[in-house]
Ligand binder design. Structure first.
Ligand code: GUN
Length: 303
């Protein structure tokens, strides 16, 4: 394979953010206000803090308003639900994102169910999951929608292709499978209990790996020429033994890039593949929400 077989999610995300920026400026001119995204972070999980900071920065860079709500780890359910209700009622807020995971004493499903589905830019509310399942318009979770954008950009029409999604989470695996079904792929959802996983993956024209197991998918699992989308972000010890002894780490995906890249027709790297797409799609979803909430038309396919 050549470099051209690397799917550059970072570049794609930059282009998408630039388009969002242009449309956000025209939204502001028409609505007399900026599109707004509220992000709620409960507790001090370091990875979540990094994501939330990055979301805030990119929201502002796109010309949208960012509202950050940081709550202590011991916040009770009633206070969190009251904040979500206040954001539902706030006309300056078009999109609401409650960063997951929440501390164990908080019921994630209850919190998500409290978000107004028309502000649910994460696409996690059962109403939006149901809309996706029956093919109605609604918000689609950002990571799988980003994966689909990369796939369509690379392959064009996906109709009739065999797709295997490894992972069945509500955030990635299930919505990814629904999106691929919507594109008329023949979809298999594989997971940790799947028998002969390598054999199942070998049938696929499209492989989406979202299991959370470092470098699990190997080159001899891949049909030559298949397109491989790696959603995994796993931190493992540095390859350099001295650095590893000092606790240095590196990021790897769920796909063993070294063995898969020579076999695949196209592959997303980690980092620089799917990762940058998630926030770019979140900003896109927020812009769509803003237009709907303000009653301003956004041309079909404009973004
Ligand atoms: N935690 C990890 N990814 C996500 C995401 O896309 N949305 C939310 N709300 N929390 C997350």
């Amino acid at each position: 394979m050549t470099d051209s077989n690397i799917i550059d999610g970072k570049a794609f995300a930059e282009t998408l953010r630039a388009r969002v920026g242009t449309l956000a400026a025209s939204f502001e001119a028409q609505a007399g206000r900026k599109a707004g995204l509220a992000v709620v972070l409960v507790g001090e999980d370091p990875a979540s803090q990094v994501y939330v900071r990055s979301k805030g920065k990119q929201t502002v860079a796109c010309g949208m308003a960012s509202f950050e709500h940081k709550l202590p780890a011991d916040t009770d359910e009633a206070s969190l639900l009251a904040l979500v209700e206040a954001l539902n009622a706030d006309p300056a807020v078009d999109g609401i994102l409650v960063q997951l995971p929440l501390p164990a004493h908080l019921d994630e499903q209850k919190v998500i169910a409290t978000i107004n589905p028309d502000k649910d830019v994460d696409g996690f509310h059962v109403i939006n999951a149901g809309r996706l399942a029956v093919g109605q318009k609604g918000f689609v979770p950002c990571t799988p929608l980003g994966c689909l954008m990369l796939l369509k950009d690379r392959l064009g029409n996906l109709s009739g292709l065999d797709a295997v999604v490894i992972g069945r989470s509500n955030i990635v695996g299930k919505p990814m499978a629904q999106l691929l079904l919507g594109e008329s792929c023949t979809v298999t959802i594989a997971h940790s209990r799947t028998k002969d996983l390598a054999e199942v993956v070998r049938r696929a024209d499209i492989v989406v790996a979202a299991v959370g197991r470092a470098e699990m998918v190997k080159g001899d699992w891949i049909k030559p020429g298949a397109t491989v989308i790696d959603v995994g972000i796993n931190r493992v010890a540095s390859l350099d033994p001295v650095a590893a002894a000092e606790g240095k780490t590196r990021l790897v995906g769920d796909v063993d890039f070294a063995s898969v890249a020579p076999v695949a027709g196209a592959i997303t790297p980690v980092p620089g593949g799917v990762g940058p797409m998630t926030i770019a799609v979140l900003l896109r979803n927020t812009l769509v929400a803003a237009h709907a909430n303000a009653g301003i038309a956004l041309a079909e396919g404009a973004i």
